[in-house]
Design a protein around this ligand. Structure first.
Ligand code: CA
Ligand code: CA
Ligand code: CA
Ligand code: CA
Length: 320
C-alpha cells in the first residue's frame, strides 16, 4: 500500500472545503450611534419684581409703570431645544381665566421667532426692550422681561395677591414651572383730558349763568368718588361768593358749590366685578360730566372775576 496516496473520497472533500473559504476584506463600515436623552428645561434664579431703575424686591406695583422680572432658563440640549416660555401675570384667583387687562396678562417668548409677544397687547416693553439670546447653542440665558399693568388692573391688599408664573416648555414638551414671585397692585385713579377752563362773558348783575360742562376722563381700578371744590371769584377787593354757583352731575342733583369737598358721583365704577371682596368695579377711560351754573348777585361791581375750582378723585376703600 502506498502511504502517501489519499483515497479518492478524502481528496474530493478537501477540494470542496478550500473552495468555500470566505474572501478576506480590506475595509468595512462600522455603524455607530449615541443616544442623547431629552433633558427637561429648568428655570433658575427668578428675581423679585424690580422697577426699571433696577431696584429689587418691589412688593407692590403701580399700574401704568414699567417693571422688570429677571430669570434664567437652562436646557442642556441647548437653547435651540426650547419651544416657549410663558410668563403669566395674574390676580391669584384668576389663573384659569382668559387674558384681560383687569386680571390676566400673558407674555410669551417663542424660541423659533426669538421674540417676546404679549396678550393683551400694549403692556410689553413700555420703555425698555425685553432680552432674547443671540446664541442658541448656549445652554442657559438670563431673560429680562419688561412689562406694565393697565390702570384698571385689580388692586390687592393684605389677604390677596398677584402672581408671576413662569412656564418653560422644550421641543420634547418637557416643562418647568416657577410661580414663586407674588406682589400687590396698588390703587390707581387718574383724571385727565378735560377742558380746564370756562368763562361766562357779557353778564350783568342779577343775570343767570347758563351751565358750563366739564368732561374729565376717569380711569380707576376701584370705585371712586368724583369730587369738586369751588372758591369765591375775585376781582381786586371785590368777590362773587362761591355760594352763587351750583354743581350737578349728568342726572342731578343740583348742589350749591362750596369751598368744602362735594361728591358729585359717589362710589362710581363704570364696570362692576367682585374679584377683590372690597372692590365693586373699575372705570376704564370713561368721560364723566360735571356741570356748573349760577347767578350773579345784584348789585355786583363791574370787573372780570376769576378763581380756581377743583375736580378730584378719592377712594374710600382699601382692597382686601
Ligand atoms: Ca430639552
Ligand atoms: Ca426650538
Ligand atoms: Ca397682598
Ligand atoms: Ca363715596
Amino acid at each position: 500500500m502506498n502511504k502517501t496516496a489519499f483515497p479518492k473520497e478524502i481528496m474530493a472533500i478537501c477540494i470542496a472545503a478550500l473552495l468555500t473559504l470566505p474572501n478576506i476584506a480590506v475595509a468595512d463600515d462600522i455603524e455607530v450611534a449615541a443616544e442623547i436623552g431629552s433633558i427637561p428645561p429648568e428655570i433658575l434664579n427668578v428675581s423679585k419684581l424690580r422697577d426699571n431703575g433696577d431696584t429689587e424686591n418691589i412688593s407692590a406695583l403701580d399700574p401704568e409703570v414699567e417693571y422688570l422680572i429677571k430669570f434664567t432658563v437652562r436646557d442642556n440640549n441647548s437653547l435651540a431645544d426650547l419651544d416657549t416660555i410663558l410668563v403669566r401675570v395674574y390676580e391669584s384667583t384668576q389663573s384659569d381665566q382668559p387674558v384681560n387687562k383687569r386680571r390676566v396678562y400673558n407674555f410669551t417668548y417663542n424660541e423659533t421667532a426669538n421674540a417676546w409677544t404679549a396678550s393683551p397687547s400694549g403692556y410689553l416693553n413700555p420703555s425698555h426692550t425685553s432680552t432674547v439670546p443671540d446664541n442658541k447653542s448656549q445652554v442657559s440665558f438670563s431673560f429680562d422681561l419688561y412689562f406694565k399693568l393697565a390702570g384698571i388692573a385689580v388692586p390687592t391688599g393684605s389677604t390677596t395677591n398677584w402672581i408671576v408664573s413662569i412656564l418653560v416648555t422644550d421641543e420634547d414638551e418637557s416643562t418647568d414651572l416657577n410661580d414663586s414671585t407674588t406682589f400687590d397692585v396698588n390703587e390707581y385713579r387718574a383724571l385727565n383730558s378735560y377742558t380746564a377752563s370756562f368763562t361766562w362773558s357779557g353778564k350783568n348783575p342779577g343775570d343767570i349763568l347758563e351751565n358750563r360742562t366739564i368732561n374729565p376722563t376717569i380711569t380707576a381700578n376701584l370705585q371712586v368718588d368724583i369730587n369738586t371744590n369751588g372758591s369765591d371769584l375775585t376781582y381786586g377787593a371785590y368777590s362773587i361768593p362761591v355760594s352763587s354757583f351750583h354743581v350737578y352731575n349728568s342726572t342731578g342733583p343740583l348742589r350749591t358749590l362750596s369751598s368744602s369737598t362735594l361728591t358729585v358721583y359717589d362710589n362710581y365704577a363704570e364696570a362692576s366685578d367682585s374679584i377683590n371682596p372690597n372692590i365693586t368695579g373699575y372705570t376704564d377711560a370713561v368721560e364723566k360730566t360735571l356741570k356748573y351754573d349760577g347767578a350773579i348777585p345784584n348789585p355786583q361791581h363791574s370787573g372780570t372775576y376769576d378763581g380756581t375750582w377743583t375736580i378730584s378723585l378719592a377712594d374710600i376703600i382699601n382692597p382686601a
